[in-house]
Design a binder for this molecule. Structure first.
Ligand SMILES: Cc1ncc(COP(=O)(O)O)c(C=O)c1O
Length: 390
């Protein structure tokens, strides 16, 4: 049976250049913070990688703080900026986020709400998956003195829509409010420049771009201070203590370089596959509804599709039994499938959200894999419908 991986937004295979860099660097001993020659050699590699990454994503090398995950970088941004801004001015208790952030932004914000008396305002998104700029503007105008920070994702991981970050940055700039953006899904797939977006902070993560799991970065504007989450050896501008992951960083940067060099052609290829996947599914199952826009400001590879009268978790398992991996996009808590907060934010009903699947494609996919899906999808959906209890 063919094995087909349509879950690249969850994690994507490590690229060959990234694997080579990882192996080469991991063979070397030496803590980048040690003063002896082993340490200095490891440090040299880290600093060269930092410089390369800075050039790739349009920031200064001193603005990159390496972390262990995108989740950590988001937590550092949300909590670190909140605590620092509140200390500067006790009125700043308000955090503005979009209503369909990844849990790695949503949950630290909600935690600050529960534990630190932050007020969280969630800006709505429309049915196509784009943030409501008018609502954002009016909250900023009315309450700018109370806003600690704004965080809006660069692109959404479940439906693939790219948000108007430049426009939000212009609104934030008027009152000098720090703007963070979770760009985990965008790195290596679409244009991404920290400087051009005029951001205060930005999150990127290696394993979504062909690097290893366990390394990521928070890009943080030069000269600004935030409150660290981890205290210890004072690495990474004293903002993120912990021994620097030299092999992970070298590999992360090799993967990013390779993805960005081939970005245009990869976009075309993956976008064409996505179009074929969508038309194939529409051809086989007549009543499907698209949750992702067909074109426009979107990532090349994410297609979120509703299959009415099904449960997404049973569909996922039925596809898995055919060798096809995809995702429900939402967490399963205590064995009960939760409706995706992203689709609910986009105005879908609970039932619609619970009958949707995310297919996320990458450069390793091929047309023949979509043809394989074409051959089994009717069987999968018929079975899922037979099992549907409504
Ligand atoms: C938009 C977004 N932000 C953050 C994360 C978390 O990144 P990591 O897996 O590196 O912790 C993910 C991963 O799914 C994501 O898609």
């Amino acid at each position: 049976m063919p094995q087909v991986y349509f879950d690249h937004a969850s994690t994507t295979p490590i690229s060959s250049v990234a694997l080579e860099s990882f192996i080469e660097q991991t063979k070397l001993v030496g803590n980048p913070s040690s003063l002896h020659s082993y340490g200095r050699l490891a440090r040299k590699k880290v600093e060269e990688s930092r410089e390369t990454l800075a050039n790739l994503i349009g920031c200064h090398s001193s603005e990159i703080i390496f972390t262990s995950s995108g989740t950590e970088a988001n937590n550092l941004a949300i909590k670190g900026i909140f605590w620092h801004r509140l200390r500067e001015d006790p009125r700043r208790k308000l955090i503005l986020i979009s209503s369909f952030e990844h849990h790695a932004v949503l949950d630290p914000a909600l935690w600050l709400g529960e534990s630190e008396q932050a007020e969280i305002v969630m800006i709505g998104v429309n049915k196509d998956g784009y943030i409501d700029l008018d609502q954002m503007e009016s909250v900023i105008k009315d309450r700018h003195e109370e806003i600690a920070l704004i965080s809006v994702m660069h692109s959404n991981n479940e439906v693939g829509t790219i948000q108007p970050i430049k426009e939000i940055a212009k609104l934030a700039e008027v009152y000098q409010i720090p703007l963070h953006s979770d760009a985990v899904q965008s790195l290596g797939k679409v244009q991404l420049s920290f400087k051009d977006l005029a951001l205060f902070a930005m999150t990127v993560s290696a394993h979504k771009v062909g690097g290893p799991v366990g390394v990521a970065a928070l890009v943080l504007k030069k000269g600004v201070d935030i409150t660290p989450l981890l205290h210890g050896g004072g690495q990474e501008r004293d903002i993120r203590s912990g021994t620097i992951n030299a092999a992970g960083i070298a590999s992360f940067v090799s993967a990013t370089g390779s993805a960005m060099r081939d970005m245009e052609s990869n976009y075309q290829k993956v976008f064409a596959l996505r179009a074929k996947l969508i038309s194939t599914i529409q051809g086989q199952v007549s009543d499907v509804r698209l949750n992702s826009p067909l074109e426009g400001e979107i990532l090349p590879g994410i297609a979120n599709i509703e299959f009415p009268s099904t449960e997404s978790d049973s569909m996922l398992l039925l596809f898995d039994a055919e060798g096809i991996a995809c995702s429900t996009g939402s967490a399963c808590s205590a064995g009960v499938q939760e409706a995706s907060h992203v689709l609910i934010a986009m105005g879908r009903s609970e039932a619609q959200a619970r009958s949707s699947l995310r297919f996320s494609l990458g450069i390793s996919n091929s047309e023949s894999e979509i043809e394989y899906l074409e051959a089994c999808i009717k069987r999968v959906i018929d079975r899922a419908r037979a099992a549907y209890r409504g």
